[in-house]
Ligand binder design. Structure first.
Ligand code: G16
Length: 543
């Protein structure tokens, strides 16, 4: 077996987005596209000779092909060892755990998360650093710069590696260890949660449905929920990973999990419903007759985390992405702990977690997690909810209502306009940005603008600055409109509008969310003209 140096020409479009590089499979299938990107990553790193690299993916179409290429390129570039999940599978949080647990140099996570898969779907590659978290912008910027000038890559000339059998193989001078994807993750969860209490909950007749959406969490959920915790067989549905996610859309929201939502709204339905996405880092939480928004879930988990053994000493602080509602801020205030507002993207939580300044993080985009890994973690959120339900011996709805009665309710919704013409979307954002300075002090239908800006984040740990992270228009009564362009779409532009209104603890918590936010929705249209300019009559997705 020999190391080959293969000439190549650069691609101009390998700029990592919110979470790695995500493209249509057909784009990745171009000759040298995968190779260029992985070599550009390695060229942007230093000091990995002889070190360990973790590789795993969500099992989507093209995972098997890309993994073989990644292993060959890693061997040729001098890594000493690769840890890879059996069958090429590792959920994103499990990959983060493996990197940390085995003190790897870093990892390649092959996933396009909640985006659809299959030959016409999406694929993605993300590099994670030694703390287990997504590479910070300093590295992703360097990767993009390198990808634009790359002229060769290195690859070990070797046949395909057998990823089906657990054990050790050699590729050139590099060792490849195929490991069970679930074992280390399940062990970690048992250090955090009261498994006896959750076991007793299930033994007492508590019923739950977990929808793995034909994606990577199936094996994890079967092993942990039905195996270790004794939930009845059939609790986990759609639990066998499929390369095309059974032609579904593995995004755990009320659109793609509508059947489960409808079931939870009936008397005959289970007590608790949950789901995770393509790569296992997002979560959906639904109680009987109660959907919990991700923003509320973050606040509730933070307020109740001390009920789980892993957090019994309390939490150091909370971080949320800027568009996430301010519900968690009220919890942090009451607990007297730090609260941080970061740009969208889990990578921005890494420094705060490493510095011990926050313990729990969350995003409106169905992501919650803690300092146990450096990614958001779908099953973690589900298990923490189960732990809380088991200890409080109350239903989800009751817990949510008590929370609002204590802290008030942040009515919150997100309206997405997908696959919008990129030029129109960019012009819309630019125009609004140009008018921001004139908005403060203006009153619209009784709502006075308190501030209007384009969010800039100053990382308090490393001092770095990230500008243009989304437009915020805040009102004196605590309401807020946020508008930003998604960094995870693969076709055209996706415009996201985030709308939020605060209702105090003694206010009305029973309004329909869209009705409660209707005045803000209309005001947003007046200010930004999204419908008018995109010629759409309604959002593609409302969450
Ligand atoms: C990724 C990031 C998240 C982010 C989400 C949405 O999630 O990891 O931090 O909130 O995308 O980003 P955007 O609004 O730019 O589309 P995932 O689950 O896709 O990896």
């Amino acid at each position: 077996m020999t190391v080959q140096t293969i000439n190549t020409t650069p691609f101009s479009d390998q700029k990592p987005g919110t979470s790695g590089l995500r493209k249509r499979v057909t784009v990745w299938q171009q000759p040298n596209y995968v190779e260029n990107y992985i070599q550009a990553i390695f060229d942007s790193l230093e000091g990995f000779a002889g070190q360990t690299l973790v590789i795993g993916g969500d099992g989507r179409f093209y995972n098997d092909v890309a993994i073989q290429k990644a292993i060959r390129i890693a061997a040729a570039n001098g890594f000493g060892r690769v840890l890879v999940g059996q069958g090429g599978l590792l959920s994103t949080p499990a990959a983060s755990n493996i990197i940390r647990h085995y003190q790897a140099f870093g990892g390649l996570v092959l996933s396009a998360s909640h985006n659809p898969g299959g030959p016409d779907g999406d694929f993605g590659i993300k590099y994670n650093i030694g703390n287990g978290g997504p590479a910070p912008e300093k590295i992703t910027d360097a990767v993009f710069a390198r990808s634009k000038v790359i002229d060769s890559y290195k690859s070990e000339d070797t046949p395909d590696i057998d990823l089906g059998t657990i054990g050790t193989q050699k590729v050139g001078d590099m060792t490849v260890e195929v490991i069970d994807p679930v074992t280390d993750y399940a062990a970690l969860m048992q250090t955090l949660f009261d498994f006896d209490a959750i076991r007793a909950l299930f033994a007492g007749g508590f019923r739950m449905t977990f929808d793995a959406m034909h994606a990577v969490t199936g094996p994890y959920a079967h092993a942990i929920l039905e195996g270790i915790l004794g939930a009845p067989k059939g609790t986990v549905i759609n639990g066998v990973p499929s390369p095309s996610f059974n032609d579904g859309h593995p995004d755990p929201n009320l659109v793609y999990c509508k059947d489960m939502f409808d079931l939870l709204m009936t008397e005959a339905g289970p007590d608790f419903g949950a789901a995770s996405d393509g790569d296992g880092d997002r979560n959906l939480i639904i109680g009987k007759n109660r959907f919990v928004t991700p923003s509320d879930s973050l606040a509730l988990l933070a307020a109740n985390a001390h009920l789980a053994p892993g957090y019994k000493g309390g939490i150091a602080g909370i971080a949320r992405s800027m568009p996430t509602s301010a519900a968690a801020d009220r919890v942090a205030e009451k607990l007297g702990i730090e609260m941080h507002e970061t740009p969208t993207g889990w990578k921005f939580f890494g420094n705060l977690l490493d510095a011990g300044r926050v313990t729990i993080c969350g995003e409106e985009s169905a992501g919650t997690g803690s300092d146990h890994v450096r990614e958001k973690d779908g099953l973690w959120a589900v298990l923490l909810w189960l732990n809380i339900l088991a200890v409080r011996k109350q239903g989800v709805d009751q817990i949510v209502r008590e929370h609002w009665a204590t802290y008030g309710r942040n009515y919150y919704t997100r309206h997405d306009y997908e696959e919008v013409d990129a030029a129109i979307a960019n012009a819309l954002v630019d125009d609004l940005r140009g008018r921001l300075a004139s908005l403060p002090g203006q009153v619209f239908d009784g709502l006075e603008v308190a501030y209007a800006d384009d969010f800039t984040y100053h990382d308090p740990v490393d001092g770095s600055t990230s500008a243009k992270q989304g437009i915020r228009i805040g009102f004196t009564d605590g309401s807020r409109i946020v508008l930003r362009l998604s960094g995870t779409g693969t076709v055209g532009a996706t415009l996201r509008l985030y709308l939020e209104r605060y209702e105090p603890a003694d206010g009305n918590h029973d309004l329909d969310t869209q009705s409660a936010l209707q005045p803000l929705i209309e005001l947003c249209e007046r200010l930004a003209g999204v419908k008018a300019r995109t010629q759409r009559t309604e959002p593609s997705v409302i969450t």
